[in-house]
Design a binder for this molecule. Structure first.
Ligand SMILES: *Cc1c(COP(=O)(O)O)cnc(C)c1O
Length: 420
């Protein structure tokens, strides 16, 4: 793709973009009467306009039907989580029976680790990527401690080579080959929240399985961002939140994937609740827990309808737009952003995200030596919404559903002024 550094080029790209129409389905925050340049979908995705009606529908059904809404609501509450499973499965490349929307991300990580982190005296380590998201490191530390291990010994945090911001695939595979027999669980953020590095999930999973490890992924920054094929890649389990790229609203219900081969692993320990119990006997209210097959068997509580309603309509949009189309526009948008940033020819500017498109999603993580914070403040003042992560990183994430090439062009213009 040949890019040009002028506004006309950005307009041409938008005019040819088959996904451009989706922007109108979202509320875009305003700044001085204009649309913000919202590059923060990696933190909180924007609100689809359809969400309001979807929420109102549930309020109306509750108002008019009371408890009967479980069966006679427009979208009956009893099987409500099933309405989102199919599209959620589509987004992560899974079968519907392998996916359930429930709880929050960190809670799901714990539930999955209860079943899939089964340390023994000789195989008890957890392999995790460099500087993981804090919640993930707290979760694995506390799981190791829960099983009586010292996190300092039990957790292997892979570090990039000196002077390199991201990990090399061959170095990951080396660690797995060298230490694999002592590793009970490999748990990696599929797309790194800070650097934007997209790991090779298929190859890591294969390498881990060869050593007898369980392999799970935190897909908070991957779901709805990159193409995933969790089923084909044989991943054991995965968890993700849906308020980031999946636009399902603040604190939205999270997702969990359990591979089909564990669907009937009823001997695996799990923390149980009545919504994980076999539907046919759930309301017999008996004391004997008979888990449902598949991911649904890990549910605890009846689903939070007001939290799932936005997910239902948001995931519909992903289905309609198509993940292949989204990824294809996304790689172009981000490559255009990268091109324009390089074109600024600022010696102080560095992009830590891999240049290789198959190793990143839409996010670029930028550092500006010495005056990064000043640049960030100027961006904000000019109506750019992106974020600052200590110590020196500006994360920008143009997303293909509601961002345009013109957004990217304007961003680069503002950046030029801010860094001057
Ligand atoms: C956003 C994010 C979280 C947040 O966890 P919650 O339980 O949803 O609050 C956790 N881990 C990663 C990798 C994230 O990117």
């Amino acid at each position: 793709m040949k890019y040009r550094d002028d506004a006309a080029f950005a307009h041409e790209m938008d005019a040819q973009d088959p996904l451009a129409k989706f922007r109108a389905q979202f509320h875009i925050p305003q700044h001085d009467g204009n649309d913000c340049i919202y590059f923060c979908g990696n933190s909180l995705g924007l609100q689809p306009k359809a969400v309001e009606a979807a929420m109102t529908q549930e309020l109306t059904d509750w108002k008019n039907l009371g408890v009967e809404g479980h069966f006679h609501g427009k979208h009956p509450w009893m099987p409500y989580h099933e309405f989102v499973a199919e599209n959620a499965a589509y987004v992560v490349g899974a079968k519907p029976s392998e996916v359930v929307m429930m709880n929050g991300l960190t809670a799901n990580l714990h539930l999955m680790m209860v079943s899939f982190y089964r340390p023994t005296k000789t195989r008890y380590k957890i392999l995790i990527e460099y500087t993981p998201f804090p919640s993930d490191i707290y979760a694995v530390q506390s799981q190791a401690k829960f099983h009586g291990f010292d996190p300092a010994d039990a957790i292997i945090e892979m570090k990039p080579r000196d002077g390199e911001p991201t990990l090399r695939q061959e170095d990951i595979e080396d660690v797995v080959a060298r230490e694999g027999q002592g590793i009970a669980l490999i748990l990696i953020g599929g797309v790194h929240y800070y650097t934007g590095q997209f790991f090779d999930i298929a190859r890591i999973t294969e390498a881990g399985h060869k050593q007898g490890c369980m392999v799970g992924f935190d897909l908070a920054h991957a779901a709805g961002n990159v193409l995933l094929k969790l089923h084909d890649w044989n991943v054991d389990f995965a968890c993700w939140c849906s308020y980031k790229y999946l636009n399902s609203g603040p604190g939205a219900v999270a997702g969990a994937f359990v591979h089909e081969r564990h669907a009937k692993s009823f001997d695996l320990p799990r923390f149980a609740g009545w919504w994980g119990n076999d539907k046919s006997v759930r309301f017999k209210m008996g004391p004997q827990f008979q888990p449902m097959t598949g991911a649904e068997g890990w549910q605890l509580s009846n689903p939070p309808i007001f939290a799932l309603a936005p997910a239902r309509v948001s995931l519909d949009i992903f289905r309609e737009a198509g993940m292949d189309n989204l990824r294809s526009k996304s790689t172009q948008l981000t490559a255009y952003l990268e091109y324009l940033l390089h074109n600024l020819k600022l010696p102080s500017l560095k992009i830590m995200t891999p240049a290789n498109q198959s190793e990143r999603g839409c996010q670029l993580s930028i550092t500006v030596q010495d005056n990064g914070r000043k640049v960030f403040d100027a961006l904000q003042k000019a109506g750019v919404v992106c974020d600052w992560r200590e110590p020196d990183c500006i994360r920008v994430a143009p997303v293909p559903l509601y961002n345009s090439f013109n957004d990217v062009y304007r961003f680069a213009e503002i950046f030029k002024g801010a860094a001057a």
